[in-house]
Design a protein around this ligand. Sequence first.
Ligand code: FES
Length: 242
Amino acid sequence: MARLNPDNLAHAEELIALYPHRRSALIPILHVLQEQDGYLSEDGMAHVAELVGLEPVEVRGTASFYDMFHFEPVGRYLVAVCTNIACMLQGAYRLLEHAEETLGVAPGGTTADGMFTLEDAECLALCGNAPCVTVNWRFFGDLDPPEFDKLVEDLRSGRLDGEVPAHGTLSRVRRRHALTAGGSAGSASDQAALPNAIQPESDTPESQGPDLPAPGTHLDLSTRRSTTATAVVDAKHLESPK
Ligand code: FES
């Protein structure tokens, strides 16, 4: 696979329509391409360049800035073991060595069956559940070696197919709403129809920003990246400035 398939091409055009300039949709479309193929091929990037009106070298130059994009094929599951400070103190290097033994590859390597690519990652932002790994951007925390093996077994058997799609992508790639901060895109009626849109600022005291949820409201922040992230609105953050 190289160019975007018809479904993803249609999706790319939807993403482009969310922005005032075609090139602004570059990063989300690259995520769609990576979801399709598992990595960014030269042909795929050339296709994206055509779509957004850039040169292929500009697409590659932009994509190569970001760790999350891959330019070589990766396994069905990208297993990233965090070895940053919090995880290191909780045994991350022992976990990484164990992962190398279990999968039979060093960081950067892909198993012979194409199922797993192993990575040694910097902080994955799940420090409170160290040591942790992500698999296709889904979090798995508080892992010890036996639990890592169980995770690998569940992935191999397909038991986690519903939770960890192959070549997983991020929820924002699938969003259908434009951002309207500062009124740069979308009409007033568009904004009214988009409950999550950031509304333009106004000088009138009665419209000082979007409505905030009530203190104590339980927000579901789960995304396709994190299946467990939630938060409770802290009343302190909602107090009016004195
Ligand atoms: S140090 Fe491992 S998630 Fe932050």
